[in-house]
Design a protein around this ligand. Structure first.
Ligand code: HH2
Length: 280
């Protein structure tokens, strides 16, 4: 069976995470403008308290971001990004008992955060940059390779695919091959819900997520409170928890190994139910 090729665990520095069950990646954005938690954790003390809360609620990984990638957002400088996340990552890595992931596409940011204690890189640009591949290989940490059509500034203007699942899968397989050729040993793939896709594309990716299980890599899905939930339900980001729970449960039923969520406590229950049903 192709599934048997997948690794049974992720080695994130001193942490070994078993992939026998679905892992929960809690989101913490230290930005003024993220689409849901922007501005909430810009203050260092609030960020630390939220990180502790996410871990207490059951997060297996914390994903720290210092630049919003919401549709239409502008990039921030390396200095600004590091100023937002550097000290926080150092503090969390030293004081919490879960691996810290750095959500960045900048090789310099990733390198610095790995030195400060992060042990996973989450790259929304799919490891396109050779310098980023080199950083990940040198530190021998797991990396999330995510699919995006275009860039955050323009990606939602007119996304087009003939077969969204086949094209996203092909992109991820290619990027993963390049990463492995550069010496990266632990790849996680992510279809990139909401990144250069219409709501219909996102729904098709979630419905056909099982097709990604052909790839010999764990699959991560992030749908938490995203605008495609708003497009279907009419709900604002603050009101999208029920839609998030439904979509997250379906992602798990369809084979997601890791879910990236803002609401760890609530999603944990949805994940447990979906897993139990998948195994029944
Ligand atoms: N989604 C967001 C950011 N990073 N990384 C991965 N691997 N997969 C995702 O789906 C993903 C991601 C966007 O969500 P959020 O971080 O909450 O918002 P913002 O980009 O506005 O900070």
């Amino acid at each position: 069976m192709v599934r048997a090729l997948r690794p049974g665990r992720l080695q994130c520095g001193r942490y070994a995470l078993s992939l026998e069950r679905t892992l929960i990646m809690g989101v913490l954005n230290v930005t003024p403008d993220s689409f849901y938690d922007g501005g909430r954790y810009f203050d260092a003390q609030q960020a630390i308290e939220q990180a502790e809360r996410l871990v207490t609620e059951g997060a297996d990984i914390l994903d720290i971001g210092g630049e919003s990638s919401r549709p239409g957002s502008d990039p921030v400088s390396l200095e600004e990004e590091l100023q937002r996340v550097g000290q926080l990552i150092e503090t969390l890595a030293a004081n919490l008992n879960v691996p810290i992931s750095i959500d960045t596409y900048k090789a310099e940011t990733a390198a610095r955060c790995l030195e400060l204690g992060a042990t996973i890189v989450n790259d929304i640009t799919g490891l396109r940059d050779a310098a980023m591949r080199e950083v990940v290989a040198r530190h021998d940490v797991p990396v999330v390779i995510m699919h995006m059509q275009g860039d955050p500034k323009t990606m939602q203007q007119a996304p087009i695919y003939n077969d969204v699942v086949a094209e996203v899968k092909e992109f991820l397989a290619c990027r993963a091959r390049d990463a492995v050729a550069a010496g990266v040993r632990q790849v996680i793939v992510d279809p990139g819900i909401g990144f250069g896709k219409t709501a219909a594309h996102n729904m098709e990716l979630l419905r056909r997520l099982g097709e990604f299980s052909d790839l010999p890599y764990p699959v991560l899905v992030g749908v938490s409170r995203k605008s495609s939930i708003g497009q279907i339900t009419g709900a604002a980001p603050e009101e999208r928890l029920p839609g998030t729970l439904a979509a997250t449960a379906i992602a798990v039923l369809n084979g997601a190994n890791i879910v990236r969520v803002h609401d760890v406590k609530e999603c944990k229950q949805a994940v447990l139910m979906a897993e139990a049903i998948r195994r029944a």
